[in-house]
Write a protein that binds this ligand. Structure first.
Ligand code: ADP
Length: 465
């Protein structure tokens, strides 16, 4: 259940007030019930007083005689009585006979009752009964009431203290402890430890705040990690560029120096030297072109100019050209394009760049037979282009990284394929810019299959992949 901190505080506040009051009322109620049972004894006292006065009515004018008659009653109840006639004149006052004990009650008149007593011939007396001791029944009742009152107040105060202790502990646990944890976490963050999540399960205001804090911490951690990765990648990029540019350059330098220093003795050797220089400069040219494209794709500035083309016509035209070019390299390229009246919105030059990169890789990594398949997928919303080769394949551990810039599988590094490690990364950027996807399936020694999915152009709209 989601209980907000505000609700809990209001509940704490109200219960701290109400629970002690209820406890006091309950104590008083139970105690008063007990006292109510003594009510009969008080009635008995009044009956006894009435009967005794009536029985000795004729002796009333003689106070001494009257006192003798009712002395037993006064002793039994430990009380004094005063009898007043109709004109408020005092007819009898037992206090003249018994030494009056002062009741130490701090509530005066608590043990004093006045009753009316009717005698014969319509005579009426007002009788005041005063207890001499708060201990004798039924006057004890009044003392009991005071005790119960005190007990109720005591229990109320104790409950109040208990509630204060309980709520203080609770609030300190639910508010102060998490605050301490937050403080601890900020200290940890300040010291550079970003792996310090705060554990707090409740979904109240503090819980939401802590959740936000944890998200913020994760965010800061992620951006630190990204920053680090970016910096590492930059370092690696600079190292790779310098390495890849320097290798062909130093080789060219060597051959040029050879020519200059007259090491070349005949025309054939000269031609060989020039051929190497030409190959190396071509390679350098490719490298620089790749780098240029890569930097554009990194900056999301890859110029893409899309136009609607017919799937069959577009791919057929390209593949015929590659088929022809590859014949010279003794690579057999065959293809199948499923006939379809489909259109696709693409940048013809960029997608040609993609195809050229994949075919080029297939040849460079040992492919002698390349199989290309172009067909719509089952939903007929996308076109699938599969480029399959029978080359050296890609090791399982290299597979996840081959689309990463500058990544070259160990095998390709050790052999003289001389790639930049940028080709597939550029390919992926271009495919993504067409809202498409690229994937690879390969096994070492078993050839590779690159699969591109591009959304078709249906009813004047590019469909979602
Ligand atoms: P490179 O310029 O090194 O070819 P790419 O980005 O084009 O860079 O490819 C990255 C790596 O993926 C290559 O170094 C290579 O190891 C591997 N690779 C790409 N295409 C193939 C393929 N058809 N067969 C085997 N390995 C491949």
């Amino acid at each position: 259940m989601k209980s907000s901190l505000k609700k809990r505080l209001v509940f704490a506040f109200l219960s701290t007030i109400l629970v002690p009051i209820l406890a006091a009322i309950l104590t008083f109620y139970l105690g008063a019930n007990q006292i109510a049972n003594d009510e009969d004894e008080l009635d008995q006292l009044f009956t006894d007083v009435r009967r005794e006065i009536r029985m000795n009515e004729e002796k009333l004018p003689n106070q001494d005689a009257f006192y003798q008659e009712i002395k037993t009653l006064l002793d039994r109840y430990q009380m004094n009585i005063t009898i007043e006639g109709e004109g408020d004149e005092v007819l009898f006052d037992s206090r003249t006979y018994i030494e009056v004990e002062e009741l130490n009650s701090f509530l005066p008149n608590l043990n004093t009752f006045t009753i009316q007593v009717a005698g014969e011939e319509d005579r009426k007396w007002g009788v005041t009964i005063r207890a001499n001791s708060a201990q004798s029944e039924p006057f004890k009742r009044m003392t009991d009431i005071v005790h119960i009152l005190l007990l109720s107040v005591g229990i109320g105060v104790l409950t109040l203290l208990l509630m204060v202790v309980i709520w203080t502990t609770y609030i300190s646990r639910t508010v102060l402890t998490p605050l301490k944890q937050i403080y601890q976490a900020t200290e940890e963050m300040r010291n550079g430890n970003l792996d310090y999540p705060i554990q707090y399960k409740k979904r109240d205001e503090i819980g939401r705040f802590i959740q936000g804090f944890n998200v913020m911490r994760q965010h800061v951690k992620d951006s630190f990690t990204k920053q680090k990765q970016y910096e590492d990648a930059r370092k690696q990029l600079i190292a790779s560029i310098s390495h890849d540019l320097r290798t062909p350059l130093s080789s060219i330098k060597g051959y040029v120096e050879g020519l200059r220093d007259g090491v070349v003795r005949n025309e054939e050797m000269k031609q060989r030297y020039l051929q190497v220089i030409h190959d190396k400069t071509t390679h350098l040219d490719h490298l620089i072109e790749d780098l240029f494209e890569f930097s554009k794709s990194e900056a999301d500035q890859l110029a893409i100019e899309k136009e609607v083309v017919n799937v069959v016509e577009y791919f057929e035209k390209q593949l015929i050209k590659y088929q022809f070019d590859l014949q010279e390299q003794e690579v057999e390229l065959s293809y199948t394009i499923e006939p379809q009246p489909r259109s696709i919105l693409l940048d013809p030059i960029r997608i040609e760049q993609v195809m050229s990169n994949l075919i080029d890789n297939a040849c460079r990594y040992g492919g002698t037979r390349i199989w290309i398949e172009v067909r719509p997928d089952q939903s007929e919303r996308n076109v699938i282009i599969r480029v399959v080769d029978n080359g050296q394949g890609i090791d399982k551990e290299d597979l996840p990284y081959i689309f990463t810039s500058f990544y070259r599988a160990e095998k390709s590094r050790s052999t003289q394929h001389g790639g930049s490690g940028l080709g597939l990364s550029i390919v992926k950027s271009i495919v993504k810019a067409h809202d498409g996807e690229i994937d690879v399936e390969s096994e070492s020694g078993q050839g590779s299959t690159f699969v591109i999915t591009l959304p078709l152009y249906v009813n004047g709209e590019v469909v979602d992949l």
